[in-house]
Design a protein around this ligand. Structure first.
Ligand SMILES: *Cc1c(COP(=O)(O)O)cnc(C)c1O
Length: 497
């Protein structure tokens, strides 16, 4: 019945009946191990897009959800078929989105999290998970250069300023939480009185859409976002910060925060944090750095200078599930002063943990979520497997690769890059209009050997690489260029005839 027999199937039925978890887990891990091998070797495509109806039918979803019994040999078959429907991030042709190619250690941690299900927003529901979250936040705080949160919580007066944070289910939620924190700081009675009409956010147009979405959720609205002036790479121009600021003041508004990118989503360019931080200091504006993607440069000796001035921020968004090889999701909100975050959702938050006799630390007052997954273990397992230096080497490699690829593309007459990359994000276009770029991407994805994305930057459509995969090499980039040229010739030839 099966062409390949995963080792889990060798177990006799009796053992399987006695130890269903162990035997099914063996089937699963064996299948994933094979999946990894055929992905990394590019034996199977990076992307395949089967129709939804076909997948639902082929996987017999209705049968299993109705009747159950997905175990043993049926499970083996199901996993094998399911894995064929996946987009393969471990494939070296995976170059599209800023999603981590996860280290397997993080996936093992995810299994522990989901098996134990310790929702740790209150300490007693997961002391280990909460402690690990506390620890990994401190690891990140140290990289920023802020004072770590104390371990002897009950000996340190609450009134003392030190840094802190919380892990959330993604950078978008982290940005929202940061802006909620900033809003409460500026308008402490907002939770009772509702939102005043004069609030604003200062941000460049290159910001991630979650900022505009947060502005909507916060009741500030898109019209309350004052767009900062940027240069031709999309980076904020420090000398022109006053323009948007003066416009905002002339409208009689107050900024809850100024948002800068480290780095921008579309082209991966870092805003000059140091100068922006000074501006925010002078005008007493909450400085939020959206480092969802690029804050990980802080691990790298070579690239941490891109983050110069980060310590001047009041809050930072930093995703582990992007450049830190951690499976989705694990995003950190970090604040310079823990008291701001503790007060974010409610003014008198301190009683929640400081008047408590119990040991530990509750994160619940720092988050939108109530049932909050343990998110720290995945990140910790990756760190503990790779070590900080291993992670730094990975980041250096990916950033270096983008630069090498840019150098290569710059020499080609038919390729144009809008900016010299600062991170592992590289945009380019080939001869032809916007529609040509999109058609090329569609054709590439149909072929499946490469999976790339596109982006709109300064009103022009570009092909976009996010070089997340540690196995992607210059050879892959050259092969990609070769493929793109073939596709383009075909398209232009076809449209002429
Ligand atoms: C990816 C990204 C986000 C969104 O983070 P999610 O974890 O995908 O929700 C926000 N800001 C920037 C700059 C990003 O690159």
């Amino acid at each position: 019945m099966f062409s390949i027999t995963p080792s889990g199937l060798d177990m006799n039925n009796e053992r399987r009946a006695k130890m269903p978890f162990l035997s099914d887990a063996e089937i699963l891990i064996t299948a994933l191990d094979e999946y990894y091998r055929e992905s990394v070797s590019a034996e199977k495509p990076a992307i395949t897009q089967q129709p939804l109806e076909k997948i639902i039918t082929d996987l017999k979803l209705a049968l299993y959800s109705h009747e159950g019994g997905l175990t043993g040999e049926r499970l083996a078959e199901f996993i094998r078929d399911y894995l064929c429907t996946t987009t393969r991030l471990h494939h070296p042709g995976y170059m599209s989105h800023q999603v981590a190619v996860p280290h397997y250690a993080g996936a093992l941690a995810a299994l522990i999290d989901t098996f134990t299900n310790n929702v740790m927003a209150i300490y007693e529901m997961g002391p280990g998970a909460a402690s690990i979250e506390y620890h990994v936040i401190n690891v990140l705080l140290e990289k920023i250069g802020w004072e770590q949160a104390p371990l002897n919580l009950h000996d340190v007066p609450y009134s003392r300023a030190y840094a802190g944070g919380v892990l959330t289910h993604g950078g978008s939620l982290t940005n929202l939480t940061a802006l909620i924190t900033a809003r409460t700081k500026l308008v402490p009675n907002v939770w009772d009185s509702g939102i005043p009409q004069d609030l604003a956010i200062l941000a460049p147009a290159e910001s991630h859409y979650s900022i505009a979405r947060a502005a909507g959720i916060l009741g500030i609205g898109r019209n309350g976002i004052y767009t900062l002036d940027v240069d031709e790479t999309g980076a904020i121009i420090p000398d022109k910060l006053t323009l948007a600021y003066d416009r905002m003041r002339a409208d009689g508004r107050r900024a809850i925060a100024l948002v800068a990118n480290a780095c921008s989503t579309a082209v991966g360019i870092y805003d000059p944090l140091n100068e922006i931080g000074d501006f925010c200091n002078v005008h007493d504006i909450w400085f939020h750095v959206d480092g969802a993607h690029g804050a990980s440069a802080l691990f790298s000796k070579k690239y941490r200078t891109l983050m110069k001035g980060i310590e001047k921020a009041r809050s930072i968004t930093w995703d582990a599930h992007k450049l830190m090889r951690t499976p989705t999701v694990c995003a950190a909100l970090l604040v310079k002063d823990h008291r701001d975050l503790d007060a974010a959702f409610k003014q008198e938050a301190s009683y929640l943990f400081h008047d408590k006799e119990q040991p530990g630390f509750d994160f619940i007052h720092r988050t939108v979520e109530c049932t909050k997954a343990g998110l720290g273990l995945k990140f910790f397992f990756v760190l503990a497997a790779m070590g900080e230096q291993g992670l730094a080497d990975y980041i250096d490699r990916q950033y270096d690769l983008a630069k090498k690829a840019w150098n290569y593309l710059e020499q080609l007459d038919d390729f144009i890059c809008p900016v010299r990359p600062q991170s592992n994000i590289l945009c380019f276009r080939v001869d032809g209009d916007d529609v040509m770029q999109i058609r090329i991407r569609d054709r590439l994805n149909e072929q499946g050997r490469f999976y790339v994305s596109t982006t709109s930057f300064m009103g022009t459509r570009y092909l976009r690489l996010s070089l997340m995969n540690p196995d992607t090499s210059m050879q892959d980039i050259q092969d990609l260029v070769h493929n793109i040229r073939l596709i383009r010739e075909k398209i232009s030839g076809g449209s002429k005839s």
